[in-house]
Write a protein that binds this ligand. Sequence first.
Ligand code: HEM
Length: 396
Amino acid sequence: MNTDADRFDIHAADHMDRWVAQTDAMRRAGPVGWTDANGGYWVVMGYEAASLAAKDWQVFSALHDPTGADPRARGIGIPPYAFPLILSESDPPRQTRLRLLEIPFFHPSRIRAQIAVVQGHIDQCIDAMADKAEVDLFRDYAMPVVALTTMALVGIDIAHWRDYTLGMHHGASSLDFNLASDTDRVHAMLLELVRERRAAPRADIASALVAGEVEGQALRDEEALSMLSALVLGGFDTVASLITSGLLWLDQNREAHADLLSDDALLANAVHEFLRLWPPSLGGGRNVMLDTELGGQRLADGDRIFLSWAAANRDPDVFADPHAVRLDRANADQNLTFGAGPHRCLGMELGRLTGRLAIRSILECYPSYRIRHDSVVRYRSKGFVAGWSAMPAVLS
Ligand code: HEM
């Protein structure tokens, strides 16, 4: 067995420092490799194998059955999540029906119509940083921008944005937060929102969920809560990660600024490229529902796989010179950072738009920003989500 594969572990403390070299080494033996971590699972690193498996939901199921009636149905978490995500952890046709409740709010035309609103949130955060000698681009900028944007869309009062951001309310060090208790706190507020919208609906996602019916039945409070939780907890960190990863690279590649500011299509492509190289969501799990073959490996009924969007994005058969940032890469938008198949990210357009506008505004308003690279801190204890929890910077 490959020793790099033995050590591949998405929860290892040094995973973020090692996954690129590890998956490059593992991929040399084939697009699908084995790791013994968390009871053992297959790591899908090839672009084609990852796309195929993500689309073939009948063989590679996302279903989570917490009752254990089908022991294979362990959802997308490795290890399984304690709180099942009813949309991400169901299969078509039920998943399609659940998704239909939210789809109208994420239609590209509707997201484009939000540009002024998103830019308004960005301008508010840009102005708030103006008098500070030093700022934190995660805490003072990326996180408030995405919290305000997502909460407005979902239908949550944006005045309370700090309460909804995990760890943000604990003061200076976001490394100290307790994920379980913070999640419970956000869930309690979301449950309150669900009950309020049942009593007095508005034109927002929360109201659409409580009014929605799936297979002839209204969603229960806990089901609406699960859908809302995925939007809030899934939408915040991911977009904040995109903004901060982009700004980090741009701080060290200043010669690119002028071109990106004068060419919006190039900036949009740069966002694809940042997402390809530094995917905020590194991958997701699936459950093998019958004996099958994937990427030359024989997989057994009951096995688990980890679809590594991150490794697939660096597959040299698809992306030439895969570890390099090429702002004008022709197929940068083919990255798998938003997944593929029935579960492809609903917030994709919103995430890309917010990322592009937020990065552009820093380049425009604070062109000489400088990040203190020795004080930048990565997320810890967030499983599949990769990003930065502190990014101190001087703006001028
Ligand atoms: C850069 C930002 C984002 C990234 C990289 C990202 C990534 C992903 C990925 C990889 C999946 C698929 C997971 C799987 O197949 O197992 C997903 C699903 C999802 N995302 Fe995002 N996401 C982002 C932003 C957002 C935002 C802003 C929202 C909403 C406010 C959102 C809402 C969702 C939802 C609802 C799903 C579940 C879709 C389904 O299962 O049918 N995402 N996201």
